[in-house]
Design a protein around this ligand. Structure first.
Ligand SMILES: CC(C)(COP(=O)(O)OP(=O)(O)OC[C@H]1O[C@@H](n2cnc3c(N)ncnc32)[C@H](O)[C@@H]1OP(=O)(O)O)[C@@H](O)C(=O)NCCC(=O)NCCS
Length: 123
């Protein structure tokens, strides 16, 4: 068993600019349909939620890359952030590509200017 952690912080403005400049090209490369639906439902605060998911995926990459990245050549869309009924975020990985058990716990926070994510991974 291997336990690793990952963290990432990002400026919300950076994600906002990428979305405004690149539009669907950026969105569809980084976010799943479900993630886009979730963020768009947040209206004026949507860029905070997009930034939080970007940070989450970076944090997960950091945590899993020692074990998984070289093996599976992961992309942004191989991980998906959902929220349970209480709003708590959780992650699913692309099981068609990653055929081993990976447990991930993630925590997100965001304010007007910054979003941050932390995760713990057990492989
Ligand atoms: C849910 C809550 C923790 C969110 O905190 P916040 O400061 O408003 O917002 P943050 O930016 O820090 O966090 C937002 C993220 O928290 C996460 N979140 C939401 N509900 C959550 C929950 N029940 N458990 C864990 N994480 C949660 C989500 O990932 C959310 O981001 P997302 O919508 O983009 O996925 C807060 O609204 C709350 O209910 N706090 C209760 C505090 C309390 O009862 N304190 C007294 C006892 S200690």
């Amino acid at each position: 068993m291997n336990i690793t952690c990952g963290t990432d912080i990002i400026e919300v403005e950076r994600i906002k600019k990428a979305i405004e400049k690149l539009g669907d090209k950026f969105l569809n490369e980084v976010y799943t349909k479900n993630e886009i639906e979730y963020c768009e439902s947040k209206n004026i605060k949507k860029y905070e939620h997009y930034a939080a998911r970007f940070a989450a995926k970076e944090a997960i990459f950091k945590a899993i890359s020692p074990t998984l990245n070289n093996k599976y050549d992961l992309t942004w869309l191989d991980m998906e952030i959902f929220n349970n009924e209480q709003g708590r975020p959780y992650v699913t990985l692309n099981k068609e590509k990653i055929n081993m058990t990976v447990e991930i716990d993630i925590s997100l926070s965001h304010i007007k200017d910054y979003a941050i994510a932390n995760c713990i991974v057990k492989i």
